[in-house]
Design a protein. Structure first.
Length: 73
């Protein structure tokens, strides 16, 4: 299942790349992509993945790398 989320206050393309890499490594994530220009996060989840738990971890990754950035769920 693929979902697209809006990002708020993403100010750095390098940080976006680091977030993308971290989110892609999460269990249950098949692919992750962040578009800095459109401020969007696209995630492809594995079959049966716990989307809520993954998104909490993804939000924590984003906060750690760029504290002002938020994922709009």
């Amino acid at each position: 299942m693929k979902k697209i989320y809006k990002l708020e206050d993403l100010d750095c393309a390098h940080c976006a790349a680091k977030m993308e890499k971290g989110i892609a490594k999460l269990s249950g994530v098949e692919a992750a992509s962040i578009s800095f220009l459109s401020q969007k996060l696209t995630i492809t989840f594995a079959e049966g993945a716990d989307v809520d738990a993954i998104m909490k971890e993804a939000a924590a990754i984003c906060k750690k790398i760029e504290p002002d950035c938020r994922i709009i769920l």
